[in-house]
Write a protein that binds this ligand. Structure first.
Ligand code: PMV
Length: 336
């Protein structure tokens, strides 16, 4: 049942279900950790869904069959991302902590499922957090603004990634294309003309925490060289933003390629990502790059809509585990 803003605060719903999309970073990953801008878009073909229902069993019971997790809230360590996100909603509302097992009264069951591949740069962790936050808020009957929802999810992102920039929770909460600078107010992006992206998954886990840590070590060893790379990426992001807003799709392809070259210089690509990037270009993509933390996970290819199926097939033949074709500029809100 969708949240109903007409209800008075604290009026519980019989059951609530909320979904949050995946996301992909178009430009600016890694440099965004160092204060440069980045562009990211929601990917609505995949999503995380949380359903909250009343349960005769007291306390809060979590069911996440995708990760084989069936547990009472208090049986999870407090820094477990699912436990942390649930607790954070209760503290944000200044409500007492949810009662534990053995307490009297009615309890809750929270069921979480997701079609977003994990550790692949598609924002699976942030999407699960945001779906849970929205479903719990709707169940309790106490909506919060998107900024607060994003901030709650950001705290949980820290448990997943250490020092995240905050781009995942931002783009997924707002479910719109965003121009993102760390610690600055969100700017959503006007897309002047829609464009098509093919996402190709290497099926190799992308260790974001590790790649971010490695880039930090390299930056510490050679600050001048890395600052120049980050600046060059920042300039690409700003050019891409103008091109997207002005509907100049043909200007984007070379920028995608340049961004990939700089990510390679930062050592965050991999032979598998480079192979898929090359395959996409040879099959007619206008530009291709890795997306997200790198070393594994996904790459993206900017394509003409009529070439999307052909490029997707070429990626699958070249070892991609799965592909997603998505159109940017046809915005859809999942919980609206
Ligand atoms: O792997 P992902 O999609 O979660 O993205 C990581 C993006 C980085 O810029 C590498 C890190 C960050 O926190 O922004």
């Amino acid at each position: 049942m969708p949240p109903n803003s007409q209800l008075a605060p604290h009026t519980p719903h019989p059951a609530t279900r909320c979904s949050a999309p995946g996301k992909i970073i178009l430009f600016g990953e890694h440099a965004v950790v160092y204060g440069r801008p980045a562009l990211a878009v929601p990917v609505t073909q995949v999503q995380a869904t949380a359903t909250v229902t009343a349960s005769p069993r007291p306390g809060i019971f979590i069911e996440a069959p995708d990760i084989s997790l069936f547990s009472d809230l208090y049986s999870l360590p407090s820094d477990h991302p699912l436990a942390a996100v649930i607790q954070s909603v209760f503290s944000a509302l200044n409500l007492p902590s949810p009662p534990g097992r053995g307490a009297g009264g009615e309890g809750l069951a929270i069921h979480i499922s997701s079609t977003i591949p994990v550790a692949s740069g598609l924002g699976s962790g942030a999407a699960a957090s945001i779906a849970i936050i929205r479903a719990l808020l709707a169940y309790i009957g106490h909506p919060l603004p998107d900024e607060r929802i994003s901030a709650l999810a950001y705290e949980v992102e820290k448990l997943h990634h250490g020092t995240p920039s905050g781009i995942d929770n931002t783009v997924i909460t707002f479910a719109k294309p965003v121009y993102f600078i760390k610690s600055q107010p969100i700017e959503t992006l006007h897309v002047g003309a829609p464009f098509t992206i093919v996402i190709g998954d290497t099926d190799i886990a992308s260790p974001t925490k590790e790649s971010v840590g490695d880039v930090r070590k390299l930056w510490q060893a050679e600050p001048e060289r890395f600052e120049k790379i980050f600046d060059a990426i920042g300039a690409i992001v700003n050019r891409a933003r103008r091109a997207i807003e002005n509907g100049e799709v043909s200007a984007l392809g070379p920028l995608v390629d340049e961004n990939h070259t700089l990510l390679r210089e930062m050592t965050v690509s991999s032979p598998e990502l480079d192979r898929l990037v090359e395959t996409a270009r040879r099959a007619g993509a206008d530009g291709a790059k890795l997306s997200g933390g790198g070393r594994g996970g996904n790459m993206i290819a900017l394509v003409k809509p009529e070439n999307a199926e052909k490029i997707s097939a070429a990626l699958l033949k070249s070892g991609a585990q799965r592909t997603i074709i998505t159109s940017v500029g046809t915005v859809e809100r999942l919980n609206g």
